[in-house]
Design a protein around this ligand. Structure first.
Ligand SMILES: Nc1ncnc2c1ncn2[C@@H]1O[C@H](COP(=O)(O)OP(=O)(O)O)[C@@H](O)[C@H]1O
Ligand SMILES: [Mg+2]
Length: 288
């Protein structure tokens, strides 16, 4: 239903990369879109030092939706920001589409973020003076890239924004604003979309709509998504769930059910995950 008009997203991206003239041939295994290698991020100095990421190694597979969970302060946002080139790691590497993000200069980073990476923020980050349509098209216009009208129409229909295209963010509900932000991220057909608590400011109905749309984009045209969430229901939409604690990956679950996701937080006694640890701990013991 939301296939790009001309070819598959992947073929398009391949030709874009080939013609982009960066002179770096993606050497990585094609199933891996993005990887962190021994990624460390510390903030502050000596006694006030905080280790936000502690030697993280992870690969994100093409066409998968990964959810990242973990208590507040466990390093989830730092991981997303380092992966997307919005923040510099202290040591280690980030590689996206075979290109080493962590060693890029500002100009290369800008190009990478325009072409390969989409980012969805909890707070939507729309331009308040622009309409929904203008917001969706802004990144392509800044990059002076052609606008595929057929693709735009499909994306707009899938996120259900057709009647809202001339509205400004202040005239839209939170859910509608986040759907504009999703459409904006998807419009450029990035290799990977990072989303930091995309449903964190939404009511449950809007959350379901946004998650359903993200999931559709994975299933129907192989979009790769890495999404931070506190919500086990949201995480259950994912193909894979990673759990972070104190800057390290402590769990890596493939296709977990909602109950399995709840169990992880029950056994780790993690109240911060907002899962109701006390209730579920009892259930787990009963089962054991
Ligand atoms: N700019 C910053 N300066 C200092 N410490 C920071 C900064 N950003 C994050 N931290 C610290 O790094 C740790 C991880 O933060 P963050 O990645 O935001 O966690 P999460 O998204 O899981 O809540 C926390 O202890 C946080 O206080
Ligand atoms: Mg965060």
């Amino acid at each position: 239903m939301i296939r790009p008009a001309s070819a598959t997203a992947q073929t398009e991206r391949g030709s874009q990369t080939a013609s982009s003239g960066r002179g770096v041939s993606p050497a990585s295994d094609d199933t891996v879109v993005a990887r962190a290698i021994d990624l460390t991020k510390t903030y502050g100095e000596r006694d006030s030092q905080v280790v936000a990421l502690d030697h993280v190694n992870v690969e994100f597979t093409r066409g998968e939706m990964t959810a990242i969970m973990g208590p507040s302060g466990s390093g989830k946002s730092t991981l997303m920001h380092c992966m997307a080139g919005l923040d510099q790691p202290t040591s280690g590497k980030v590689v996206v589409e075979g290109l080493e993000v962590s060693s890029m200069n500002q100009r290369q980073l800008t190009k990478l973020r325009r072409e390969q990476i989409g980012f969805i923020f909890q707070s939507f980050n729309l331009v308040p003076t622009l309409t929904a349509e203008e917001n969706i098209l802004l990144p392509l216009q800044i990059a002076k890239r052609p606008i595929d009208r057929a693709w735009f129409d499909k994306v707009v229909d899938v996120v259900g924004l057709r009647p809202r295209l001339t509205h400004r963010p202040s005239q839209l509900s939170g859910g509608q604003q986040q759907r504009v932000a999703c459409a904006r991220a998807i419009m450029a057909r990035p290799a990977v979309i990072f989303a930091d608590e995309p449903t964190g400011n939404l009511d449950s109905r809007s959350s379901r709509e946004v998650l359903g749309f993200l999931k559709d984009s994975v299933r129907e045209y192989g979009q790769t998504i890495v999404m931070v969430t506190h919500d086990p229901r949201a995480a259950s939409y994912a193909d894979r769930v990673l759990v972070l604690a104190d800057g390290r990956i402590t769990r890596d679950l493939k296709h977990p059910s909602y109950e399995e996701i709840l169990d992880v937080f029950a056994t780790e006694g993690d109240e911060d995950a907002g899962v109701g640890a006390a209730d579920t701990a009892e259930t787990t013991e009963d089962r054991a």
